[in-house]
Design a protein around this ligand. Structure first.
Ligand code: AP5
Length: 224
C-alpha cells in the first residue's frame, strides 16, 4: 500500500533542472511536468527559436550559431533566464545550464532572487535511441509543439494538430549538426553531473520508455 502511495506524496518547492544529451527527451518531459504540476517550463532552446521566428529580435550571428549546433554566449542566456524566471515560483529548466559557467551564474541569480534548486535530473538515453529520436523529430514552426514520425504522429500527416502549420525538421537536427551537438554536450554539459553531485542535488533516470513511463520514474524524485 505504502509503495503505491509513495509517488503521490506532495511535491517539494524549488526549481528542477533537466540534463541529458540532445534528443534525450528533456523538452517532452518538461511539457508533461508543466501539464501536471505548477512548474513552468523554461527552455532556452525554445526561447531562442521563438525570438528567431520574430527575426528582427535575434541577431543573425546568434541564429547561425544555433543552426550549426554551437552554444550562444552565456551572458545572453543568463539575461533571458533572468527576465523569464521572474514571474514564476517554481520552474523546470530544459537546456539550461549547459556548462559550468552558466551553473555558477544561475547560483548567483538564485541568491539575488531568493530561489533554490530542488533537484537536477539527468535523462540517460543510449546513442542509438538518441539518433532515432532526433532524426524523427518534427516541430511546428509557429507553436513549437514537438512530434515524432514514429512515436508521436500528428493526426493529419505533416501538419500541426494545434495550429495546422506544416511541420519542419529543425536545422540543427541534420546528421552533421547532431554530431557536433553530441560532442559539445559531452565536453561542456556532462561536467555538470559532478558540479551538482558535489552539491547533493543530482539524480539520474532511465529515459528509455514512453513519456508517461519516464515521468513515473521522475515523479518520486520531486517529493523528497
Ligand atoms: P535545445 O533546444 O535545448 O536543444 P537540445 O538540448 O539539443 O535538446 P533537444 O531539444 O534536441 O532534445 P530534447 O532532449 O529536448 O528532446 P525532445 O523532448 O525534443 O537547444 C538548441 C540550441 O540552442 C543549442 O544547440 C544551442 O545552440 C542553443 N542553446 C540552447 N540553450 C542554450 C544554453 N543554455 N547555452 C547556450 N546555447 C544554448 O525529444 C526529441 C524527439 O524524441 C521528439 O521527436 C520527441 O517526440 C521524441 N521523444 C522524446 N521523449 C520520448 C519518449 N519518452 N518516448 C518516445 N519519444 C520521445
Amino acid at each position: 500500500m505504502g509503495l503505491h502511495l509513495a509517488p503521490y506524496l506532495p511535491l517539494q518547492h524549488g526549481d528542477i533542472i533537466l540534463l541529458g544529451a540532445p534528443g534525450a527527451g528533456k523538452g517532452t518531459l518538461a511539457r508533461l511536468l508543466q501539464s501536471k504540476h505548477p512548474h513552468r517550463h523554461l527552455s532556452t532552446g525554445d526561447l531562442l527559436r521563438k525570438a528567431d521566428s520574430r527575426s528582427f529580435s535575434l541577431d543573425r550571428e546568434i541564429a547561425a550559431l544555433i543552426d550549426k549546433g554551437e552554444f550562444v554566449p552565456d551572458e545572453m542566456i543568463i539575461r533571458m533566464i533572468n527576465v523569464n524566471v521572474a514571474d514564476y515560483r517554481d520552474v523546470v529548466y530544459d537546456g539550461f545550464p549547459r556548462n559550468v559557467n552558466q551553473a555558477k551564474l544561475l547560483d548567483e541569480l538564485n541568491v539575488q532572487r531568493s530561489r533554490k534548486i530542488h533537484r537536477v535530473i539527468k535523462l540517460e538515453v543510449g546513442f542509438t535511441l538518441l539518433m532515432q529520436r532526433l532524426k524523427g523529430r518534427r516541430t511546428c514552426p509557429v507553436c513549437h509543439r514537438i512530434y515524432h514520425v514514429i512515436t508521436l504522429r500528428p493526426q493529419r500527416a505533416g501538419l500541426c494538430d494545434r495550429c495546422g502549420e506544416r511541420l519542419k525538421v529543425r536545422k540543427d537536427d541534420h546528421p552533421s549538426v547532431i554530431a557536433k551537438r553530441l560532442d559539445l554536450y559531452e565536453e561542456q554539459t556532462e561536467p555538470l553531473v559532478k558540479y551538482y553531485t558535489d552539491r547533493n542535488l543530482f539524480s539520474w533516470v532511465d529515459g528509455d520508455g514512453s513519456p508517461e513511463e519516464v515521468y513515473a520514474r521522475v515523479r518520486p524524485l520531486l517529493t523528497t
